[in-house]
Design a protein around this ligand. Structure first.
Ligand code: IPE
Ligand code: MG
Length: 240
């Protein structure tokens, strides 16, 4: 969700106003995703690198998160949306952390869509921490190093409850992944949009999903194999 700051600056507004407008776009995107039947929506709300921003901006984002959690909790629950977090929730200020934890508990029975907020998230960091956890387990004799595979690594990441990424959308005009879901988006379709995040409309998401639907995903195979429905290589399903 890139471009909040530029959206604000181009209107002579403070960056925080751009983030507030971005939160409105989030509400619309969540509602639209639910309506069109997307089972998993993951939003890159705050990266590990974002901690380096000016203190006032970090505080504004943390406050906005509290406001979002409080104002949306009822509607999220009513719409069957379960909130989940990837990254390091424990890095957040106590008030924000509590508001998000409350949101997770309050919406835990939602079965229509899983809305994941990436908070203090870094893709490399998530991979490194999973590797460290596996190494610690191996040292303790709980697993053999030879048993480490893609599945065990994936299960130790904060994304363990999520499927791999199908479609990754970045607004704001940059063609970068910026440390988002590196492991999980190995075969994702990437869509880079020139619009700023506050200008993301329900129709933008509908169009993006339609564009995605026209793509042929080959997972390393040929077009002919895909047409014949040949089973794709599944790293989790290899004879050991
Ligand atoms: C939103 O956009 C990013 C976050 C959710 C922290 P930016 O704040 O990066 O906006 P630009 O790139 O400065 O326009
Ligand atoms: Mg940016």
């Amino acid at each position: 969700m890139d471009g909040n700051g530029r959206w604000a600056s181009s209107r002579g507004l403070a960056r925080a106003e751009g983030h507030a407008e971005g939160a409105r776009a989030v509400r619309d995107a969540v509602e639209t995703a639910t309506r069109i039947g997307i089972p998993f929506l993951t939003l890159y709300a705050f990266s590990v690198a974002n901690w380096a921003r000016p203190r006032g901006e970090v505080e504004a984002l943390m406050r906005l998160l509290v406001d979002f959690a409080k104002s949306e909790r009822m509607e999220l629950r009513q719409n069957g949306i379960r909130v989940n977090v990837i990254g390091s929730l424990e890095d957040l200020p106590t008030v924000t952390r509590h508001a998000v934890e409350d949101l997770i508990t309050y919406t835990k029975d939602g079965e229509r869509m899983t809305l994941t907020l990436a908070l203090s998230y870094g893709g490399k960091k998530d991979i490194v921490e999973a590797a460290r956890t596996l190494a610690i387990k191996a040292r303790a004799g709980l697993l053999l190093p030879e048993e480490i595979d893609e599945r065990s690594l994936a299960l130790h990441m904060t994304t363990h409850a999520l499927p791999d990424v199908d479609l990754l959308i970045r607004t704001g005009g940059e063609s970068r992944v910026s440390d988002f879901l590196l492991f999980e988006s190995a075969y994702a379709e990437l869509l880079f949009l020139p619009i700023m995040w506050p200008d993301f409309r329900p129709q933008t998401l509908v169009d993006a999903v339609e564009h995605y639907g026209q793509k042929e995903r080959r997972f390393g195979m040929t077009s002919e194999q895909v047409a014949k429905n040949v089973q794709a290589f599944d790293p989790f399903d290899q004879p050991s």
